[in-house]
Design a protein around this ligand. Structure first.
Ligand code: ACO
Length: 333
């Protein structure tokens, strides 16, 4: 995939430190081996070093010796990270004893490494649920200034190059925030526009999707999208955005022209923002399965540091790609 090759080539220029908390998981180790061989990133693996080395040897992986391996259970940083966690979670009443236990969890340790400046990004989720990967990230690194929600983007890549921009459409939020209010939906649109530009270099044209085009239906759900479009322009006056638009009016030129003749976006959107996670998650999976699109992501956005969540069904290639994307996010920070 041309776009992934570009992202990997760019990652190689930056030599960022990516922590993989699922250190002895086989796909993760195979991906780490490729990443180290191709010098896409520096790799930190969390887990028992003996177990990790044994698994790597049994898989004939020759590059794992270049990784830094840390066991959170007996790390020299354990005490300091526990103090940092107590400080961050003091409003929640977290005790030192509780913090010392949490620090032993690789998913907490990884995020504390980032918070403490000891790693630049994290990729996890090959063997943990989205909630378990995201909760420490939300609690410890939190969101970017001015942004209250984290959301997830998919780059949908089609063989048919006439779709979107040269066969690429960007979908959000398909992964994280179940029921955004109008302000949160506006933030998701603004972040998705920035992610599109930063990671794949497209000039974003953002369509705020609904079941109505420019007042064709009246409903509080349509009002949410209309208001979110207005708020997105207030947050980022440069953003190229329009809504509310139906999906066909957003991406099919003739329909865009007839349903929304004055829209700068209708018919030529390359970024589709869905009104809720329910719609976004269902839509990306249907497009992936029925239209045969490659779905690259979710790439998480809005977090104060790059942390990305894998699907538990991910392949080795998916992990390599997501690490390369995470390096690009860290480089652009
Ligand atoms: N952005 C930023 N912070 C958030 C967000 C968000 N979207 N959601 C919750 N938080 C924060 C909260 O403010 C809270 O912070 P605090 O502890 O400092 O007060 C912390 O995270 C925990 O909040 P909870 O409400 O307890 O969050 P919970 O852990 O229950 O849920 C989660 C968060 C797991 C992300 C939930 O929203 C969720 O399950 N989302 C759906 C994820 C999913 O299953 N996606 C589909 C599968 S992925 C795929 O198909 C590609």
């Amino acid at each position: 995939m041309e776009i992934i090759n570009k992202i990997k080539a760019n990652a190689k220029k930056h030599s960022k430190r990516i922590v993989l908390p699922e250190g002895k998981e086989e796909r993760t180790l195979k991906a780490a081996d490729i990443i180290l061989a191709e010098e896409i990133a520096q790799i930190i693996l969390l887990g028992n070093p003996e177990e990790i080395k044994q698994t790597a040897a049994s898989l004939n992986l020759n590059h794992i010796e270049k990784a830094t391996i840390i066991n959170p259970k007996n790390s020299a940083q354990k005490e300091a990270y526990a103090d940092l966690l107590v400080e961050i979670r003091k409003s929640k009443g977290l005790t030192k004893q509780e913090a010392l236990k949490l620090v032993e969890d690789p998913l907490y340790y990884a995020v504390l490494m980032i918070k403490n400046g000891d790693a630049d990004g994290e990729v996890a989720g090959a063997m943990n649920s989205t909630g378990n990967v995201l909760r420490p990230a939300f609690q410890i690194v939190k969101t970017l200034p001015g942004i209250s929600v984290v959301s997830g983007v998919f780059f949908m890549i089609f063989e048919n190059k006439s779709i979107g921009d040269n066969g690429i459409l960007v979908f959000a939020d398909c992964a994280v925030h179940p029921d955004p209010n109008e302000r949160e939906l506006a933030e998701i649109a603004v972040m998705t526009s920035k992610t599109t530009k930063a990671i794949i270099g497209l000039e974003p044209r953002v369509a705020m999707l609904s079941f109505s085009t420019k007042g064709s239906a009246k409903h509080p759900m349509c009002d949410k999208v209309i208001n979110a479009t207005r708020i997105a322009k207030e947050i980022d006056p440069q953003i190229c955005i329009d809504g509310e638009l139906q999906a066909d009016a957003a991406i099919i030129e003739a329909i865009g022209k007839s349903k929304a003749p004055n829209s700068p976006i209708a018919g030529k959107a390359n970024v589709l923002v869905f009104p809720s996670l329910e719609v976004g998650n269902i839509a990306y999976k249907l497009v992936q399965r029925l239209a045969g699109a490659e779905a690259v992501g979710p790439v998480l956005q809005g977090m104060a540091a790059p942390i990305n969540d894998l699907s538990r069904g991910c392949s080795v290639d998916d992990i390599v790609s997501l690490v390369a994307i995470t390096v690009n996010q860290a480089a652009g920070k």
